[in-house]
Design a protein around this ligand. Structure first.
Ligand SMILES: [Zn+2]
Length: 291
């Protein structure tokens, strides 16, 4: 008789579900219009790819992007994936402060838990925006809100975000009353004496697929999971149009150019990676790692 126990989940696939047209409009001209039709098209393509690989992922859902299209959240959940929260308004915590963050988190959790009829256990901050000086208060709020994990810390020295001296591997940050809060940092790797981001998004658009595959192998050899973050818009078969989202202007055209650069390679990259390495949702990883 063969042992049918599947091998443990060694890498984590996460998707930040937000409406690119809505957020691009907000970012460029201060107002944005959600395009659930386009988000649905992007999600369909991504969900089909994951189904082909029989891969579960964690989807961090943004309240303000999805409040008028809750069927998209239900579609993701019905496909067997884990639903977590990306908060409500996508405003950087480092800017709005922890009190406003607490309200934003509560609003998103109340909405998602009511919609799904079950607890939501994980959080990711907009653009990894929790500051090093806010971490203590931030973790207290997450723990009190009943979360089991956070995945907002990027251990790099970035232009807009990052906590360069943060721990690299998943670790317990709060514990009590039979519960834990685990931090799942985004993946970074050491090269030439500093930390480099390798977790997804724009970095993956620029990296050749063979390099990404080699990095996952390296992280796993160091007994660390690859923790990725991707977005549905990276899998749209159509070009992204910032001029549709925010009108014709230099910032729009620049944003459009940057966001479409190498975007067409993302589908193939994820397809390859899911063939070479085992990925799963955060909750699967935590269970298998005993965290
Ligand atoms: Zn986001």
């Amino acid at each position: 008789m063969t042992d049918s126990t599947p091998p443990p989940i060694s890498n984590i696939l996460t998707i930040d579900v937000e409406d690119w047209y809505h957020l691009s409009g907000l970012q460029i001209r201060g107002r944005g219009t959600p395009r659930p039709d386009i988000l649905a098209r992007q999600l369909d393509r991504l969900l089909s790819l994951l189904a082909e690989h029989n891969c579960r992922a964690t989807f961090f859902c943004l309240g303000s992007s999805l409040v008028n299209s809750p069927h998209l959240v239900q579609q993701i959940a019905a496909a067997g994936h884990e639903i977590a929260t990306h908060g409500w308004g996508h405003e950087p915590i480092a800017r709005i402060g922890t009190a406003a963050f607490q309200d934003d988190l509560k609003r998103s959790l109340d909405w998602l838990q009511e919609l799904l009829g079950r607890p939501v256990n994980g959080y990711r901050a907009p653009a990894f925006s929790v500051g090093a000086g806010q971490l203590d208060e931030f973790y207290d709020i997450c723990f009190e809100a009943g979360l089991a994990y956070d995945s907002s810390v990027f251990p790099i020295r970035g232009r807009r975000y990052g906590i360069p001296d943060a721990r690299l591997e998943p670790h317990v940050v709060r514990e009590g009353a039979g519960r834990r809060l685990v931090e799942i940092p985004l993946s970074a790797t050491t090269w030439l004496g500093r930390q480099w981001p390798v977790a997804g998004g724009g970095y993956w658009r620029l990296m050749p697929v063979r390099l990404i595959v080699a990095l996952v192998t390296r992280l796993n050899r160091e007994r660390r999971p690859m923790v990725t973050y991707l977005h549905p818009y990276e899998f749209d078969a159509e070009p992204l149009s910032a001029t549709t989202a925010a009108g014709r202007s230099l910032p729009s055209l620049r944003h459009q150019l940057r966001q479409n650069l190498n975007r067409g390679t993302m589908y193939r990259k994820l397809d390859t990676l899911l063939s070479t390495h085992r990925f799963g949702a955060v909750e699967d990883y935590l269970r298998d790692a005993g965290l």
